[in-house]
Design a binder for this molecule. Structure first.
Ligand code: UGA
Length: 443
């Protein structure tokens, strides 16, 4: 089957590579000529385990190709996936300019009937706007071609995107057209051989499903962070509470890890966008607003703990930071808790000495050269002589630590653990002051 994908960002590239890998003939289109040139050389602009190999293999097999030519992209296939970015506006709602620009491109160049598949995360009602945009373009050309617009949200986690694509829990398709159902079934057939995963529903429900899934997961995290903050004040251990409640299958163990707040390009943006959509239809989404507010406070909590450990005297201190990415196995620092911490530390006059297995380049790109940002070659260099260590990301490289060694490295024995990686008793045994998340004695 031939498939066109607009956008070679995270979602577009993973989707394109995975669909090519099961034998489809995929053409990925992007307006960024430099990016396309690099992709053609097998250079992947993002870090995602397994993606580089998958792209190279499928390019070599001739099943995955790239272009900057919109006319060629539109002409290539009946199925036209839109997988471009929907960054937040100043007011938190999703900015649809790139999605609608693709709709216009399709309307401008199409010469036969098309099925337009919305894969970008877009507010409820966007399929209607895409439809209007394509129709207006066709009308201006004096053409009366048939086309459908369906919603097919993605549920990929960074760091596990390929597995999520190939072994995801469900494939949601929002459409009321039998033809679209048939084509989408054909497109995803290789993934549904073992188990029926295709869920057809109306377009608006599919669009809302995407936001509801992310908002639900973000709610679980903020809820646990709230319980952690309570546990700290009540002398309880949230890690025990986590096991205690997770064992109830109605609650489950997943996404109830307390920490220093959720980051990334999805949860923060999607929770705000859904609250914003609610406002537009006259509904005050109190829970969503609270989920976001709890998360903001949680991201600030690492700094609050340092302030407490140093009685507010952070000027002139050097703080070692392990983990810059918003989660392990990615170099993505969008809305990462590490950024909230670094920016607060700089404001207080402290220096950050950071190490991350993947996100160092990204950190430099974001903040440039500055005297109060030192990038260490490894986790050991980061802590040598520092006044405290803060852990922001649970990379596996940080899990096993000789605490006596760590104590000897630090000028002041302060460890702030935003991911609850260690057994508090062991850390404290080494004479370190250990500030974890919601673990009783940390206050
Ligand atoms: C998330 C969803 O999990 C995907 O299903 C969805 O497709 C994707 O957004 C998207 O909309 O594109 P992602 O942002 O890549 O995926 O990462 P997650 O693994 O969900 O983690 C998000 C944040 O929550 C991270 O900062 C992580 O540290 C934090 N988190 C996660 C917790 O603090 N506690 C947990 O128990 C789980």
């Amino acid at each position: 089957m031939r498939i066109t994908i607009f956008g070679t960002g995270y979602v577009g590239l993973v989707t394109g590579a995975c669909l090519a890998d099961v034998g489809h003939d995929v053409l990925c289109m992007d307006v960024d000529a430099d990016k396309i040139a690099r992709l053609e050389q097998g250079e992947i602009p993002i870090f995602e385990p397994g993606l580089e190999g998958l792209v190279k293999e499928n390019v070599a097999a001739g099943r995955l190709r790239f272009t900057t030519d919109p006319a060629a992209a539109v002409a290539f296939a009946t199925l036209q996936f839109i997988a471009v970015g929907t960054p937040p506006d100043e007011d938190g709602s999703a900015d649809l300019q790139y999605v609608l620009a693709v709709a216009e491109t399709i309307g401008r160049h199409m010469a036969d009937d098309k099925v337009i598949v919305d894969k970008s995360t877009v507010p409820v009602g966007t399929a209607d706007r895409v439809r209007e945009r394509v129709a207006a373009m066709l009308e201006s050309r004096g053409e009366a071609l048939a086309f459908d617009v369906c919603s097919n949200p993605e549920f990929l986690k960074e760091g596990a995107a390929i597995n999520d694509f190939t072994h995801g829990a469900r494939i949601v398709v929002g459409t009321d057209s039998e033809r679209v159902k048939r084509l989408m079934r054909e497109c995803y057939a290789p993934y549904i051989r073992q188990q029926e995963k295709l869920m057809f529903m109306d377009v608006r429900s599919a669009e809302l499903t995407k936001y509801a899934a992310n908002a639900m997961l973000a709610t679980k995290i903020s809820f646990m962070n709230e319980i952690a903050n309570l546990a700290e004040r009540l002398g309880a251990d949230v890690e025990q509470v986590r096991l205690g409640i997770g064992s109830d299958p109605r609650i489950g163990y997943q996404f109830i890890y307390p920490g220093c707040g959720y980051g990334g390009s999805c949860f923060p943006k999607d929770v705000q966008a859904l609250a914003r959509t609610a406002g537009q239809v006259g509904y005050r989404a109190e829970l969503l607003t609270a989920v976001e507010a709890v998360n903001q406070r949680q991201k600030r909590s690492l700094y609050t703990k340092l302030e407490q450990a140093f009685d507010g005297e952070l000027a002139g201190k050097t703080i070692a930071l392990w983990g810059l990415a918003f989660k392990p196995d990615t170099d993505d620092m969008r809305d990462a808790p590490s950024r909230t911490l670094m920016e607060a530390l700089w404001q207080a006059g402290a220096t950050v000495r950071a190490y991350d297995p993947q996100a160092m380049k990204e950190c430099r790109r974001l903040y440039g050269e500055r005297d109060d940002l030192l990038l260490a070659g490894d986790r050991i260099q980061a802590v040598k002589g520092a006044d405290a260590l803060v852990i922001c990301t649970e990379w596996k490289d940080f899990r096993a630590v000789d605490f006596d060694w760590l104590k000897a490295q630090l000028a002041t024995p302060v460890v702030v653990d935003g991911r609850n990686l260690y057994d508090p008793a062991l850390v404290r045994q080494a004479g370190l002051l250990y500030y974890a998340v919601g673990r009783g004695e940390s206050l």
